[in-house]
Ligand binder design. Structure first.
Ligand code: GLC
Length: 530
């Protein structure tokens, strides 16, 4: 089998770009499309196959693009429509697929649809959003909470009703029970698919349909005060409703009107619920994002258990996927530490399923502490001081040791990490032992190794804090052994042993392994078995 000839979103690696922070070309301190175009060669050298861009559409930026005021334009901050076409052409010219962010759950409150909808109770677009009468005492229709703090209902004086917003009050939720809304968003999808995009990552796809009767959510018995306020109630009635699967399947049919595209869903749910988003007979999302690694306690036992749980929950024929970081969660290098970030890289690139990599993680970028006066994230502004802020994982890409790390000639919209003079893409590209070099090698190995792409996942019993598994394809196997501890250890290798193909320290290549595999502290090793 020729890996390159198989389905790209199964065999390939996806790289998420947060456009505000990737590369600024016009000196306004905010990344843009022209900046991204200039950095495509870096991505092809890294070896990724697809880029997913967080939203680039016109937006008041209350939630940095996740509040869209025009689904089919490009925000001037990021460039022009022509820049977008240039990006599609340049990406495709370098054999990179381009995935856009689709944000169908809510619009900006400045979107013309919402301006019409709030205009009067009998406006034809009234029912495009979720409007409800107050309770007799004037209070909100139910106890649903906004994910960014406070009630999810905003009273509108002019028309005397509340509208629902799962996120900011500036992000009113569309009413996905209304067929006109569905049609309008499907047309948006077709618009971009015709423009050449290779698929969508669908924002909060499990939120699209809410309970038809708007019943109160149950109180969360395990809530504790240090947690974000919205966790005080469970989302039993406000998200993950059975009817949402119909919508996901409809979106998939739209994507399938075009050749070779992908539908990815953002879904934060326990694994057993998550896999429902593959849809009946796999008619749903191609890849419901699997975020299990984002919050897992970092030790071999927990990670082994979650992999098993995921593998077992997958429907027959469903293609798995793994995510190590994104623009909403703390950086992996800060969660697990610099040494284990290498182990995490080896894990991500050797598990069964499509890996998604977050920009900067390939150079070990860390969470940056943001001084109070520079906080941008509305979540942190609404719910300060308990660590929910997302700015720290959205700081500018560290390209080089020059001013502002080569990100901008202006004032960067978020502060840069103070380690950028040493920890940057240019320095790491010329260091054969850097984490970047490790990522390049891992991605390359995956690209050329059928076992890593299509092989079965076979967990091995180990002692101590070691996670070990085989990837087996057509009678050939690779052994992956990951030491989650800083202590040296060893494991028994059955059979005829093999030869080391790669280690997290980028040494020991070709070393013979038989009987026992020695592992240094924080070391991951890939062995090609005989
Ligand atoms: C998704 C996005 C997040 C955004 C939220 C509301 O979770 O990833 O960044 O704030 O949706 O759109």
């Amino acid at each position: 089998m020729n890996i390159a000839a198989t389905v790209w979103w199964q065999a390939g690696t996806i790289y998420q770009i947060y456009p505000r922070s990737f590369q600024d070309a016009n000196g306004d301190g905010i990344g843009d499309l022209t900046g991204i175009i200039g950095r495509l060669p870096y991505l092809t050298r890294l070896g990724v196959d697809a880029i997913w861009l967080s939203p680039i559409f016109p937006s008041p930026m209350a939630d940095f693009g996740y509040d869209i005021s025009d689904y089919i334009g490009i925000d001037p901050i990021f460039g022009t429509s022509a820049d977008f076409d240039a990006l599609v052409a340049a990406a495709h010219g370098q054999r990179l697929k381009l995935i856009l962010d689709l944000v169908p759950n809510h619009t900006s409150d400045q979107h013309p649809w919402f301006l019409e909808s709030r205009g009067s109770r009998d406006n034809p677009k009234r029912d495009w959003y979720i409007w409800r009468d107050p309770k007799p005492d004037g209070s909100a229709p139910n106890n649903w909470m906004s994910e960014f703090g406070g009630s999810a209902w905003q009273f509108d004086d002019a028309t005397g009703q509340y509208y629902y917003h799962a996120f900011l009050d500036k992000q009113p939720d569309l009413n996905w029970r209304n067929p006109e809304v569905r049609h309008a968003i499907y047309e948006v999808m077709r618009f971009w698919l015709r423009r050449g995009v290779d698929g969508f990552r669908v924002d909060v796809i499990w939120h699209l349909i809410k309970d038809g009767e708007f019943r109160d959510n149950p109180v969360n018995p395990n809530f504790n005060a240090g947690r974000p306020p919205h966790e005080a109630v469970l989302t039993l009635h406000s998200a993950d409703q059975p009817e949402v699967q119909e919508v996901v399947a409809e979106m998939r049919r739209v994507v399938d009107e075009f050749d070779d595209r992908v539908l990815i869903g953002e879904v934060y749910l326990p694994v057993e619920r998550l896999v429902a988003y593959y849809g009946k007979d796999l008619s749903g999302a191609n890849l419901p994002f699997n975020f299990a690694l984002l919050s897992a306690p970092w030790n071999a036992r927990e990670i082994a258990a979650l992999i098993d749980r995921y593998e077992q929950a997958l429907p027959l024929g469903a293609w798995p996927n793994w995510v190590l970081g994104n623009h909403d969660r703390p950086r992996v290098a800060s969660r697990v530490g610099a040494a284990q970030a290498r182990v995490a890289a080896m894990l991500l690139l050797t598990l069964r399923g499509t890996p998604t990599l977050y920009y900067g993680d390939e150079i070990g970028m860390r969470q940056v502490a943001i001084p109070a006066e520079r906080v941008q994230d509305p979540f942190e502004k609404n719910v300060p001081g308990i660590g929910v802020g997302r700015d720290g994982c959205r700081t500018p890409m560290q390209w080089g040791a020059t001013d502002n790390a080569g990100f901008t000639s202006g004032e960067p919209w978020l502060p840069l990490a103070d380690d950028f003079a040493t920890d940057n893409a240019a320095a790491f590209a010329s260091d054969p032992h850097s984490i970047l070099s490790l990522y390049v090698k891992l991605i390359d190995l995956r690209k050329h190794t059928l076992e890593l792409v299509f092989g079965d996942y076979v967990p091995l019993q180990t002692a101590g804090d070691v996670l070990a598994y085989l990837r087996v394809y057509d009678g050939r196997a690779l052994l992956v052994a990951l030491n989650f501890s800083s202590e040296a250890t060893s494991m028994h290798v059955e059979g005829e042993g093999g030869e080391i193909a790669l280690t997290t320290e980028l040494d020991r290549r070709g070393e013979n392994v038989s009987g026992v595999l020695e592992l240094r502290g924080n070391e991951g090793v890939i062995v090609r078995l005989r």
